[in-house]
Design a protein around this ligand. Sequence first.
Ligand code: MEV
Length: 328
Amino acid sequence: MNTHINRAVSSAPAKVILFGEHFVVYNNPAIVAAINRRIRVSAQLNDMSRVNIKSGENSLCVPVNSNDSDILSHDNSSISLFPIFKCVKHVFEEKNLVNVGVNLEIESQIPHGEGLGSSAASCVSTVAALYSLFSDLDKNQIYETARLMEQNIHTNSSGVDCYVSTFGGIVNFEPEKGFSKIRPKKKFTLLIGTSGIKHSTGKVVSQVRQFRQKNSSFFDDLSAKAHLICKKAISSMNEGNESELGSLLTENHNLLSILGVSHPEIEKLIKICLDNGALGAKLTGAGKGGAVIALIPNDSSKEILAKISRGPGKWILVEFDYDGVIPV
Ligand code: MEV
């Protein structure tokens, strides 16, 4: 075995989808940004041929050669770590590792199941830590593998979450053209509110698939509107037009509500934002719970945060992250 170092630590950021979630799964664009909340993974090889994963309250300790059904017959705490186990298996097979195992410790600042990309960031950070044991970080390789591993969480993944967690920044994704960076003319202040209602991205994505099957031409109309919103949002960012950007967020949210992926608690949080001076607000990520984002004027962010925080939801002001995955 040719290792580079014995222990490696990586950290990858959470993300918010600013525009285009769900529609992106069906060949439409999305605008996604990495934010300054991270998942840190430390990887250390062991000579017991075991995979030992610890992540908050959850843990999984199994032989490296366990198969998927062994893991999936465990309790929910272990099953939640199945995608991480798959990352280990993938890298170990790629590197032809035998008679060796790994201890992984995962520390997260990202609430799980709330649309902020914790699953993608944990795959990106795990894959990065594992590869770092053998060579220097190669972000393209990390993205390709993490994207493949995210399919263990939901099979229809567009890959945007893993991309932005790997490379950072604000990114426009157009399925036919690929990813391009957006550099807004001015700083935008973004507020995130989590509802505490967890969702399964895979389930919500398949509900949307059913909606699309039943309402194909209506879905196409909504997609065309979402596509146009993304185009306008890029211009607003390039021009630094925050009031237009805010209105576009709310317009995008209305399309997601029509798709059926909102939730009464999410609607409540959005109303609170709009009633208290936000320029626009929408759900972010898969929906059916999870988080909302609100654009608020730069010059009154603290006052607005204070007012909004009096109601339900947990609120934080976030900054965009331009580093993506990094060694620690
Ligand atoms: C989940 O964060 C975003 C979705 O659009 C799914 C995906 O893009 O893979 C709902």
